[in-house]
Design a protein around this ligand. Structure first.
Ligand code: PMM
Length: 271
């Protein structure tokens, strides 16, 4: 059964839910409700990576995520920490996180790989080419999925060299990270190149801009027309269902209930 990572953004400015769960009590309550909806992992983040976002002081990020992780982990819930910073990763694992989810795959912080190796946590390696403030300038591909797979392989080798056992690795093609519009579809269409790497594969399409762009095009709407959260969640659930066919290990989503239903239908079809 495909896993569901429920997103808990403890940030004032995340892409789709910034500010909603900024208070630790609200973040914890939100995490617990995502578990009731069927989340298999809660992914707790304290720094937004939305396009154009600015970096947060690692100490501030740590203060945001640690109390939330502590409480959720104490309840026996598998928790992942979504961070670019080694110091936050270490504090989060001490607080009970079992997985470090680094969308930069260890590129943003030179200390990350050794910190994860020492921590004993699993490591989700995202495909990344540079910080969110100018990542679209780096979005050039001739064969997107192949290139993403090749760059992920380099990160896997670095992680292995730092002492992270292969069984602890998860790979993620980094949908929306240094990928514009249709390039995201190119990567999803070529997911076989990513699964062929031989690791658990995680994908995160939830509410992302390329989904809204596709829905706008389908309806003949202009670029400034709003596509509301419910529509983005439906589109996300469809991508979750399609991910099943590609043997994806887990999907990272905001609306866990919708993806759980989509996965139930997709798995029923698969038999
Ligand atoms: N996307 C975002 C944040 N963290 N982590 C992984 N592993 N994969 C992703 O695609 C990913 C991520 C950005 O989305 P958000 O701001 O809505 O959480």
């Amino acid at each position: 059964m495909t896993g569901i990572w429920g997103i808990v953004n403890v940030t004032p400015d995340s892409f789709s839910d910034g500010g909603r769960y900024f208070d630790p009590e609200r973040a914890i309550a939100h995490g617990l409700s995502l578990c009731e909806d069927g989340a298999t992992v809660l992914d707790v983040g304290g720094e937004s990576t939305r396009p154009g976002s600015e970096r947060v002081d690692p100490a501030v990020e740590e203060q945001r995520v640690v109390p939330v992780i502590q409480e959720l982990a104490a309840q026996g819930i598998p928790v992942s920490v979504d961070t670019l910073n080694a110091s936050t990763a270490v504090a989060a694992v001490r607080a009970g996180a079992r997985i470090v989810n680094d969308v930069s795959g260890g590129l943003a912080d030179p200390e990350m790989l050794s910190a994860v190796a020492e921590s004993g946590a699993d490591f989700a390696i995202g495909h990344w080419r540079g910080p969110s403030d100018d990542m679209y300038a780096l979005a050039e591909y001739s064969r997107a999925a192949r290139e993403v797979a090749g760059e992920l392989r380099e990160r896997i080798e670095k992680a292995a060299a730092a002492g992270i056992a292969p069984a602890r690795l998860i790979v993620d093609p980094g949908i929306g990270f240094a990928k514009a519009g249709a390039q995201n579809w190119d990567v999803l269409r070529g997911l076989a190149d990513i699964t062929a790497l031989g690791y658990r594969v995680l994908i995160g399409t939830s509410r992302k801009l390329f989904l809204a762009d596709t829905l706008r095009q389908a309806r003949g709407l202009g670029a400034l027309e709003e596509i509301d959260e419910a529509r983005r969640d439906l589109a996300t659930a469809v991508t979750s269902a399609l991910a099943v066919r590609h043997g994806v290990w887990a999907v990272r989503v905001h609306n866990v209930a919708a993806t759980r239903d989509a996965l139930a239908i997709a798995h029923a079809w698969e038999g």
